[in-house]
Design a protein around this ligand. Structure first.
Ligand code: F0G
Length: 435
């Protein structure tokens, strides 16, 4: 941001350790602090001197770009490029990511007595999950640095996104997946987009450990969410939410948590908007985990966020089957800065919430439904109050995990029955009569 000129421009950035605060130009190959080994975050030192009118001018620029035609204006990420690391135009890899709908929920709103309940549907991104917003930025950095290979460990969605964006960029992708634990839609995507798909006999946490060693010895750029540029892309969901709510800050944003980067990114986005004077207050950002994969919930309960409690993760919401989350410290920071809650929900509660969203025409994958399941608990506990505005982040598309739905709903499918109108009509009449 050039504070000495009339127009805001892109800011230069540095990386800063979230634990010891050491500022560095680059982390190690896993994007960890060269001093203490913790994660790094992108900071823009020039913002310290930014005048208030720059923040206000940003709103106008971003609005104008919505009617633009340049790829970087059409993108729901790069449209906000004043708040992103600088990347030369020719290196930007974009597929119109972001730009996802904010859907007003009616049935769930009625049941919970929350008249202003919204779902920000990140499953409407190009590869069907929020990952695209972050991968677009991080892979652009990789391209600018001249990498040929990019890599990730994944519960599925990151691998789909990495594979697609690498293909668009003319790069090669390597994805390490926990064998037998990735929903088939996601696995199929990674294969279709041409990734080297390696299924390992371990879980997600094990895949990430292996990748740690791989990147030391193989020249591939890491696209997991320890890469702080991922979070820069993912934080733009907060900017979109604010635009869609006409800059009225919601009281709560509720998001599912796995490796805990997305919640961290969301918090970073809102904090930066406040820092630049675009908003005055912060929403409470609450993080919901599956009860079988709840390391953050246990960390908060057992030691107030001081030390990570690792768990052996198990849940059918495979996207968030993570026991040793990399970004836990950042997520603890978001909970404490925004005053959000951290809850876990059972498999039954997730399935029920997913079915309820489906019943109002809003499909999502199981991990995403954890946000509604969690909201219900927060309402019951009195943490979310009547008449407060709530945004649920739905992280992935319904078709990612078709097996889950078929397993849960198989009793609702009727037939096979004989293919004649009389049978069909009598069946419909019986159904209508409620038998
Ligand atoms: N929802 C979905 C659909 C996800 O795919 C993930 C993470 C999360 C929520 C949790 O986000 O990890 O930032 O807390 N999926 C990663 C992957 C781990 O490999 O696709 P988080």
């Amino acid at each position: 941001m050039k504070t000495n000129t009339a127009e805001p421009g892109s800011a230069t950035h540095v990386l800063r350790c979230v634990h010891c605060g050491m500022v560095q130009a680059e982390g190690d190959k896993m994007f960890r602090c060269r001093g203490c080994g913790e994660l790094l975050e992108v900071v823009y030192p020039e913002w310290a001197g930014a005048a208030r009118e720059f923040g206000l001018r940003l709103k106008e620029i971003w609005r104008e770009r919505r009617t633009g035609t340049l790829p970087e204006d059409v993108s729901g990420v790069w449209r906000f490029r004043e708040l992103l690391p600088q990347v030369e135009r020719q290196h930007v890899v974009t597929m119109r990511e972001g730009n996802t709908p904010l859907v007003q929920l009616t049935r769930a709103a009625h049941e919970l007595k929350l008249p202003r309940l919204f779902a920000k549907h990140q499953g409407m991104n190009p590869t069907g999950s929020f990952k695209d917003t972050g991968i677009s930025v991080a892979i652009s950095m990789a391209r600018a640095k001249g990498y040929e290979f990019v890599c990730c460990a994944s519960t599925g969605n990151t691998s789909a996104s990495v594979a697609a964006y690498a293909a668009r960029a003319g790069m090669k992708s390597i994805v390490l997946l926990p064998a037998g634990q990735v929903a088939s839609g996601k696995l199929a995507q990674a294969i279709e987009y041409g990734a080297h798909v390696l299924q390992l006999q371990t879980d997600f946490d094990g895949c990430l450990n292996v990748l740690n060693d791989v990147v030391q010895r193989f020249p591939a750029y890491l696209l997991n969410s320890m890469n702080p540029y991922r979070l820069e892309g993912q934080k733009t969901v907060g900017f979109e939410i604010m635009e869609q709510l006409d800059w009225n800050v919601p009281d709560h944003v509720v998001v599912p948590g796995g490796n805990l980067a997305n919640s961290s990114a969301l918090g970073k986005g809102f904090l930066e908007l406040r820092e630049l004077g675009l908003i005055r207050t912060l929403p409470k950002i609450s993080i919901i985990q599956a009860a079988g994969a709840n390391p953050l919930v246990r960390t908060m309960r057992e030691n107030g966020g001081m030390e990570l409690v690792r768990v052996n993760a198990e849940t059918r919401a495979t996207a968030i089957r993570i026991g040793n989350p990399a970004s836990w410290r950042k997520a603890v920071g978001v909970l404490s800065t925004t005053g959000g809650a951290c809850e876990d929900v059972s498999e039954q509660e997730i399935a029920q919430a997913k079915a309820e969203l489906g019943a109002e025409g809003v499909g999502c994958e199981p991990a995403s439904a954890a946000s509604l399941a969690g909201l219900k608990k927060l309402v019951r506990a009195g943490f979310v109050k009547a008449n407060e505005t709530v945004v649920l982040v739905l992280t992935g598309h319904m078709l990612k995990d078709v097996d889950y739905m078929l397993d849960m709903r198989v009793k609702r499918v009727l037939g096979p029955m004989s293919a004649d109108p009389a049978t069909v009509i009598s069946t419909l009449e019986r159904l209508h009569a409620g038998n």
